[in-house]
Design a protein around this ligand. Structure first.
Ligand SMILES: NC(=O)c1ccc[n+]([C@@H]2O[C@H](COP(=O)([O-])OP(=O)(O)OC[C@H]3O[C@@H](n4cnc5c(N)ncnc54)[C@H](O)[C@@H]3O)[C@@H](O)[C@H]2O)c1
Length: 344
């Protein structure tokens, strides 16, 4: 399997443009998602990548598969100012302490979601970012993906001005992460469960398309995974984002992978439908004829999720237009989820 991944990576790397001056990025946490970030940043052709993980097996594995620069096993002993950016892809309980070190030292960073497990230290982090004028973002991947960016443009072009919206979907997490019982996902103390995991992505999109989260209610349960995990495997949320009333339904056990969004305004409804992992379509209907006009269609975006995010983050670093989630938005997302979860 490793050889196949490496060959795929080499083929994709070959397809990218190669730049001469590369920015140095340190990727902290070389687990499931850290590995994808290593590949994504290398594929841009604009970064040289170093990695840090407390697990020597993980760092050795990445070193064998990718042309990484330096390998570290203790984050606190690294001179972060040797890097032009740090990517934090450790479990969520490490996010705020690691990001705070970057912020205090004035080093740009990209932080995996969710921002944290609680609000401890979040204000201090946000203030340090502002005070030191640190370029940073949270890695809610979909904001970097063409179909999700297009949907935002089309909502504006068609003047949908949503008043209500529905977000539903899920997939079988056990299939994508067969080690799910052993990783952060199974543990409350590490940010597991679908609310801080997959629902946080949906909340990020609702914030982006509709506005700031306000009041809300949540029901959640562990209906399928049982005691293999300490955390919930499904959630339903009713909430207000901006001026719109929103319904979110998400689970991590359903067999087909689906993601559905519908935005309902006075001039018509816009839908984003992803059935399976290969195709996403955006459709619009402005009357009750039953006909939906296809406005855009996207094929096979998932293999490029992380290279697209890396390019978007590069734009942020270079002061160019980008669509990354700000640290303030990530803090609002977390505060909202913790608040509605407490009521559930
Ligand atoms: N953007 C997405 O779609 C997406 C998808 C999956 C996971 N994530 C997020 O990415 C983060 C990591 O998830 P994962 O699936 O890679 O988990 P993982 O358990 O596979 O990997 C985490 C890695 O961090 C390492 N680590 C732990 N403490 C460390 C420390 N102090 N210093 C350096 N390394 C340390 C672990 O050894 C492990 O290799 C989580 O916050 C998760 O929510 C995001």
């Amino acid at each position: 399997m490793r050889q196949k991944n490496t060959l795929d990576y080499k083929r994709r790397l070959h397809e990218t443009e190669v730049f001469t001056v590369k920015k140095k990025i340190l990727i902290a946490g070389a687990g499931g998602i850290g590995r994808k970030h290593v590949e994504g940043f290398l594929r841009t052709g604009s970064f040289s990548v170093s990695i840090c993980d407390t697990d020597f097996v993980k760092t050795d594995k990445i070193k064998a598969d990718y042309p990484v620069e330096d390998i570290f096993n203790d984050f606190n002993s690294i001179n972060l100012n040797d890097f032009e950016a740090v990517l934090i892809s450790t479990p969520a309980n490490y996010h705020v302490p690691m990001a705070s070190l970057c912020a205090v030292r004035g080093v740009p960073f990209l932080l995996e979601k969710p921002l944290s497990l609680n609000m401890d230290g979040v204000d201090v982090l946000v203030n340090a970012v502002k005070k030191n004028n640190v370029k940073c973002a949270a890695g809610f991947t979909r904001r970097s993906i063409p179909s999700f960016v297009k949907l935002r443009e089309l909502l504006g072009e068609k003047k949908v001005m949503p008043k209500t919206a529905v977000f539903s979907g899920g997939g079988d997490y056990r299939k994508y992460r067969p080690d799910y019982r052993k990783i952060y996902f199974a543990r409350k103390s590490m940010g597991g469960g679908c609310i801080l995991d997959s629902v946080s992505h949906v909340v990020d999109l609702a914030q982006w398309y509709l506005g700031k989260p306000a009041d809300g209610y949540c029901l959640y349960d562990n209906l399928i995974f049982g005691d293999t995990v300490e955390t919930e495997d499904c959630a339903v949320i009713s909430a207000r984002f901006g001026g719109a009333l929103v319904s979110i339904s998400n689970n991590v056990f359903q067999k087909p992978y689906t993601f559905f969004m519908e935005f309902i305004g006075e001039k018509g409804n816009m839908r984003y439908v992803m059935d399976g992992r290969r195709k996403a379509a955006i459709t619009f209907s402005g009357d009750d004829s039953g006909k939906w006009e296809e406005l855009a269609c996207f094929e096979n975006e998932i293999p490029d999720f992380y290279v697209n995010q890396a390019k978007n983050f590069l734009n942020l670093l270079e002061g160019k237009r980008n669509t990354m989630t700000t640290i303030e938005e990530a803090a609002q997302n977390l505060e909202f989820l913790l608040r509605v979860k407490k009521k559930g």
